[in-house]
Design a protein around this ligand. Structure first.
Ligand code: SAM
Ligand code: DTB
Ligand code: SF4
Length: 331
């Protein structure tokens, strides 16, 4: 049986979660080194290009206008300011620059500015990623034409638990946007959040949805809920760190060719937990002292741990090494 599968049954995924921890990690690490250099981690930097005042009601999110989180609202940033930040990210060693906006979906009148940001980031030689909410087919095409490499759009949790977390859009809305992104030719970045009070069955359900897409997302962010005062999930109980590591390992086994990103929540994770997550197959992080609105470990802390673990930041593949460009050259 091929290890690249799109036909996972829920019971099989739950059985992976139930493996003895050492068996699970051994399986994940074995697959990981068949597909990746086990001592390389890809490094992305995040920037919030439009902050707060979002009309959606995502129960985890400090940027929803429905919750009092004390966040200061900021309009869509000017292109030059975004590019100044992108240059700084490149100087500190990031290979991908991710721009996030607190929108339900972009307005067509915003597209020109957003497209200019993408073009500028691409010109700097960085990989580009955006997360702007739901996209129409035509918006996805505009971003792809501007050169956007990745679009991030998370499924967040299982279809069953989704309605407990968000009521202002459906699971199908999310899948439709992911379909438009895939069809436009951009790479897909899609994952979810754990630690929102979901069951292990919900974590299995999320990974099942991601892995059963016709093509696996190239990038799978696994976020640990950042509990922000004022949001409905502020007082959610701690998730057992072992369960978090299991989620990384199961994602690695189900999507062996994908980068699995250890995303939000790292500020609360020990160095030992980071090391276990890398062993379980996480091979990407957000780097820099801020995520979108909440703190992230400082870059020098991450680099210090990389040094002690013998991990190297992944270098960006040069364009001539990217099969898309061979294909283009071959006509
Ligand atoms: N508004 C767009 C959307 O929701 O698709 C893009 C920005 S939104 C902030 C991007 C992602 O951040 C969400 O899908 C969610 O997975 C993650 N996120 C937001 N708040 C979080 C939190 N408190 N803890 C962990 N992840 C969070
Ligand atoms: C993703 O999966 N995690 C990032 C990114 N995609 C855009 C966002 C994390 C946000 C954490 C809460 C905050 O800083 O506002
Ligand atoms: Fe808005 Fe995105 Fe936050 Fe949901 S996750 S409230 S859509 S910014």
């Amino acid at each position: 049986m091929s290890v690249i599968r799109n036909d996972w049954q829920r019971a099989e995924v739950e059985a992976l979660f139930a493996l003895p921890f050492n068996d699970l990690l051994f399986q994940a690490q074995t697959l990981h080194r068949q597909y990746f250099d086990p001592n390389e981690v890809q490094v992305s930097t995040l920037l919030s290009i439009k902050t707060g005042a979002c009309p959606e009601d995502c129960a985890y999110c400090p940027q929803s206008t429905r919750f009092e989180t004390g966040l200061s609202v900021e309009q869509l940033m000017e292109v030059d300011k975004v590019l100044t930040q992108a240059r700084a990210a490149r100087e500190s060693g990031a290979t991908r620059f991710c721009m996030g906006a607190a929108w339900r979906s972009p307005k067509d009148r915003d597209m020109e500015q957003v497209v200019a940001m993408v073009k500028g980031v691409v010109e700097l030689g960085l990989e580009s990623c955006m997360t702007l909410g739901m996209l129409t087919e035509s918006q996805a095409q505009q971003l792809a034409e501007a050169g956007l490499d990745y679009y991030n759009h998370n499924l967040d949790t299982s279809p069953e638990y989704y309605g407990d977390i968000i009521t202002t859009r459906t699971y199908k809305d999310r899948l439709d946007t992911l379909h438009h992104v895939r069809e436009s030719g951009m790479k897909v970045c899609s994952g979810g959040i754990v630690g929102m009070g979901e069951t292990v069955g919900d974590r299995a359900g999320l990974l099942q949805q991601l892995a059963n897409m016709p093509k696996h997302p190239e990038s799978v962010p696994i976020n640990m809920l950042v509990r922000v005062q004022g949001t409905p999930l502020a007082d959610t109980e701690d998730l057992d760190p072992i369960e978090f590591i299991r989620t990384i390992a199961v994602a690695r086994i189900m999507m062996p060719e994908s980068h699995v990103r250890l995303s939000a929540g790292r500020e609360e994770m020990s160095e030992e937990m980071h090391a276990l997550a890398y062993f379980a197959g996480a091979n990407s992080i957000f780097y820099g002292e801020k995520l979108l609105t909440t703190p992230n470990p400082r870059a020098n802390k991450d680099m210090d741990l990389f040094g002690r673990l013998g991990i190297n930041p992944e270098q960006r593949a040069m364009k001539h090494e990217d099969p898309r460009f061979y294909d283009a050259a071959a006509g």
